[in-house]
Design a protein around this ligand. Structure first.
Ligand SMILES: Nc1ncnc2c1ncn2[C@@H]1O[C@H](COP(=O)(O)OP(=O)(O)OP(=O)(O)O)[C@@H](O)[C@H]1O
Ligand SMILES: [Mg+2]
Length: 400
């Protein structure tokens, strides 16, 4: 799929922006602080109405709009060309009245798909994109929460059943934790209630686990060769999923059907339930749920060495790039559509060999937006097939 048209109102430093986008490569070039990353952020926002870098949506609203407009709002409107036709997606965030004396004003979110009002969860799969940000290095070096979020966001784009299971699991986990806390504080003796939440947790948790293991195995088949090409050696990249409990040995083959099904998922759920019962005293003492997909780990291994612990910066960067390119190929296999590729400052910090390998690879994307402060970092053959757009203080102009 590719973006055909994008209109922004009050998004970051874009007061008003509108442009038609061609397929192929577009290099967004400009000095620091002009709006390059913000443009990628706006496109990626359309995948799940969630910013990849802002802590709150409030940060996305243009300062001037928030300060001076009588009815401050921001809007992202896009037309995306996909196999089934053009999809029109619009997300609008409106600043309401402060909620209570100390409360921050709340943003009301409205989603329109082809003109019809939808829920945020209905956006999944409408616009698919793969984003690389310089801070994605944290995927390898940072805590496990970032890796779980990455898995969740990636799977939600292409797997509606995963998105539904994740929503259910998150709800159940919150309820169960509240009950465990109450048991811990002796405010409740709801053992029967806990039985119920145990069952629910295992039901949805097993779905998440099965779908993650399968997806990682599939992504891995793309990532390993991509990584070898990018790194230019024979080192083997492996994505190692480590569940917080291992009731049954996990084999991707267990879930290899189009939809993960029995016996794999049932076995996992049953095993998890047994483990939960054994952990009951510990969980009550801690007042929280100790096992489940919200505690699982994903490690990046290069020839058996954990890159999160021992990798150099360059090695980590190469592994993340291989992961993102693999994600693109994987999404294409799953959906039949190429996602839009969004690469922020991707060439900085790569040596010449990795740079040209990367550029050779990404030219295969249906559409890619790349940002840079210096268009000369892109080699001549790449630039010959790319448009160069100049980004300056929230405006964009095509370079002749
Ligand atoms: N809510 C907002 N309202 C107005 N301006 C904002 C808002 N949030 C961020 N900005 C500003 O938008 C500008 C563009 O930021 P952006 O990250 O897109 O720049 P960039 O071109 O990618 O720069 P760099 O090369 O440094 O990465 C920055 O100057 C930033 O301070
Ligand atoms: Mg930037």
């Amino acid at each position: 799929m590719h973006l055909q048209h994008l209109a922004l109102t009050n998004f970051r430093n874009y007061r008003h922006f509108e442009a038609a986008f061609p397929p192929g490569a577009i290099i967004l070039c400009g000095r620091n602080g002009q709006g390059k990353t913000s443009l990628l952020e706006a496109v990626h926002y359309l995948t799940a109405a969630h910013s990849p870098q802002a802590a709150t949506d409030r940060q996305l609203l243009h300062w001037d709009a928030a300060r001076t407009d009588s009815n401050p709002y921001l809007k992202i409107a896009a037309e995306v060309a996909a196999a089934g036709g053009v999809r029109k997606l619009e997300v609008r965030l409106e600043l309401g009245q402060p909620s209570g004396a100390a409360g921050e004003p709340r943003l009301r979110k409205t989603v329109l798909l082809n003109g019809a009002k939808k829920r945020v969860s209905d956006m999944a799969g409408v616009v698919n994109a793969v984003l690389f940000l310089p801070q994605d290095m944290a995927l390898i070096e940072g805590g496990p929460g970032g890796r779980r979020n990455y898995l969740d966001a990636t799977l939600c784009q292409v797997d509606a059943a995963y998105a539904a299971a994740l929503a259910a699991y998150t709800r159940v986990l919150a309820q169960r934790n509240a009950l465990l806390k109450a048991l811990h504080d002796r405010r409740s003796n709801g053992a029967a209630q806990l039985e119920f939440w145990d069952g629910q947790l295992c039901l949805h948790g097993a779905q998440l686990l099965a779908r993650r293991v399968l997806a990682i195995a599939e992504i891995q088949t793309h990532a390993a060769p991509l990584h070898r090409e990018l790194a230019g050696g024979s080192a083997q990249l492996r994505l190692d999923y480590r569940p917080s409990y291992a009731a049954v040995p996990l084999q991707p083959g267990m879930f290899a059907e189009a939809a993960p099904a029995q016996p794999g998922v049932e076995e996992i759920a049953a095993g998890m339930l047994v483990r939960l019962r054994a952990l009951r005293a510990a969980e009550t003492a801690r007042g929280t749920t100790l096992i489940g997909p919200h505690r699982d780990e994903l490690r990046f291994m290069e020839d058996g060495v954990d890159l999160g612990l021992y990798g150099s910066r360059g090695q980590g960067r190469t592994a993340v790039l291989a992961l993102k390119l693999a994600q693109m190929a994987w999404m294409h296999t799953r959906t039949g559509e190429w996602p839009i590729l969004l690469l922020d400052e991707v060439l900085a910090e790569l040596d010449q060999q990795r740079r040209s390998q990367l550029l050779r690879h990404v030219t295969g994307a249906e559409q890619l937006l790349l940002t840079t402060a210096d268009a000369n970092l892109f080699d001549a053959p790449f630039r010959a097939h790319a448009q160069v757009w100049e980004v300056l203080a929230g405006t964009v102009q095509q370079r002749p």
